[in-house]
Design a protein around this ligand. Sequence first.
Ligand SMILES: Cc1cc2nc3c(=O)[nH]c(=O)nc-3n(C[C@H](O)[C@H](O)[C@H](O)COP(=O)(O)OP(=O)(O)OC[C@H]3O[C@@H](n4cnc5c(N)ncnc54)[C@H](O)[C@@H]3O)c2cc1C
Length: 333
Amino acid sequence: MKDFDFVIIGGGCAGLSLAYELETNNKLKNKTLAIIEPRNDYKKDKTWSFWKTFPHNFEDCVKKNWKHFSINVPQKTKHLKCNNYPYQSIDSGLFYEKINNRLKENKNISFLKNDQNINFDNSLVFNSVPNLNNQNNGLWQHFCGVHFFYTLPYSKRTALVETTWLSEMNDDSQKDYDQQIKEYIENNLKIKDYKITYKEVGAIPLFYPIIGQVKNTINIGTAGGMTRLSTGYTFLNIQEQSKYISENIKNISKLKTFQIKKKYQFLDNIFLRVLKNNPSKMPNIFFRMFNNKSNTVIKFLSNRSNFFEDLSIILKMPKWIFIKALFKLNDQN
Ligand SMILES: Cc1cc2nc3c(=O)[nH]c(=O)nc-3n(C[C@H](O)[C@H](O)[C@H](O)COP(=O)(O)OP(=O)(O)OC[C@H]3O[C@@H](n4cnc5c(N)ncnc54)[C@H](O)[C@@H]3O)c2cc1C
């Protein structure tokens, strides 16, 4: 059995972001780190997109920046600018390559496929593997309830088109993603001559995974509650969490756990209750949110809004269904 100062379970977005943050800030000097990751090789499997509301370590992995975007619901379109907070897409293939190349230079970092030969007794463990099996009735955001499409144009001839559902994932007909994408490209984007060169599939839990407190273990990434429940955005929260852990690594086990602010957890839970009970009203509710200044909405959706900006978002929402959700006046909740 081998001892390590630090063990990271899961070398995905959160595990690697944390390892990179520790390594580049010299926090692994004279320390040993094991990263447990079962995958055999890293290849591009996701595209992480977000409004860049603060600087991060992966500017060189950004595939594209956008300074404007549009929200479309039947018969209505809103064009919005985001000069202050450009929308960015990170190529996970470049992200994995950059981090792994850097980590490989440190001989005190071990990459392991499983935890069989590790003695955890004296390690500080960072766990990014949630156990989601027993939490079936929460909502999921799943890709290739509420259905929307998401198009990121990378150039005149290439785009990422996503079919996205917010649902409990118990209706298999929603999972006919290929057909949904085909119909959207042909009927809405009006493109008949196209080729699919890359596919990504996945699901984001829109609930916080229940993980019991384990001694000397800190949960990170999705497992550590870094997903904004109303949007699925997680990437920048992971970067913030990694920075917090790295800056405080010496006494991290005694400090408060890094969390998305409570006000967002509270508001997102109400929002999801509204969504569950009124799926047909959601397109218009999303649209109304964008009746605010784009900076206000972006800051709200990226956990960086102040009290007045929160208020401005709340005041644009239909009052009665949100009040009902607040007091849990609807059926099963
Ligand atoms: C398809 C998809 C698209 C997304 N797009 C966005 C986006 O645009 N913007 C955004 O902000 N967020 C997005 N997210 C949400 C979030 O950013 C990602 O899910 C992100 O990868 C979460 O990081 P993580 O480290 O928590 O999980 P992961 O990146 O999934 O990492 C977990 C790692 O644990 C490994 N693992 C699994 N089982 C074990 C085990 N038993 N022991 C050890 N390791 C194990 C896995 O192989 C994996 O590498 C997306 C999610 C998905 C699924």
